[in-house]
Design a protein around this ligand. Structure first.
Ligand SMILES: [Zn+2]
Length: 162
């Protein structure tokens, strides 16, 4: 059982403080104990970090990387706020791309950028057609544009070289 709640971010902040995790806000990455960035995404396409509770190893906890990064710079996120990805790419967690907004603002932005229900049924938000060859379907039915994935990977590799 994975527990996801606000107290998990306090534990995550402890791990960052202790040096077990390292945050690079400019690149938008959180690195684990072995020095590799966390990249696993959850069902909704956000980078999620799962870890064992340091005080109780039977309990698995989960946090979202974008919030860990935001909090490493700004401190704890207020209860009524949520993190918005400014360019609409949920995996682009660079500090310049994440902002704290109210839930209402975030929903409005999701519609505007096509992250939510308002998205086109035939094309990704960058205009690539959802053909069978260009579409990867995730377990819950969300579609991933392969052309965009290639571009994303290229950007990450360029960042890694920089
Ligand atoms: Zn695309």
């Amino acid at each position: 059982m994975t527990k996801a709640n606000a107290s998990n971010y306090l534990l995550a902040a402890d791990l960052v403080e202790a040096g077990a995790w390292r945050v690079d806000p400019a690149l938008g990455l959180v690195y684990g104990k072995k020095g590799n960035p966390f990249r696993r995404t959850n069902t909704w396409g956000y980078i999620q970090i799962k870890f064992r509770d340091p005080g109780d190893w039977r309990t698995e906890r989960a946090v979202l990387a974008h919030r860990v990064i935001w909090e490493s710079v700004h401190g704890p996120l207020a209860d009524h706020l949520t993190i918005n990805h400014i360019n609409g790419n949920k995996q682009d967690n660079r500090l310049v791309n994440i902002e704290a907004v109210t839930l209402a603002e975030n929903v409005r932005h999701a519609f505007a950028t096509g992250l939510s229900v308002g998205r086109s049924p035939t094309h990704c938000k960058h205009g690539h057609a959802y053909t069978p060859e260009n579409t990867r379907v995730l377990p819950r039915g969300d579609r991933v544009c392969r052309a965009c994935a290639v571009i994303r990977n290229r950007k990450y590799r360029a960042l890694a070289r920089a």
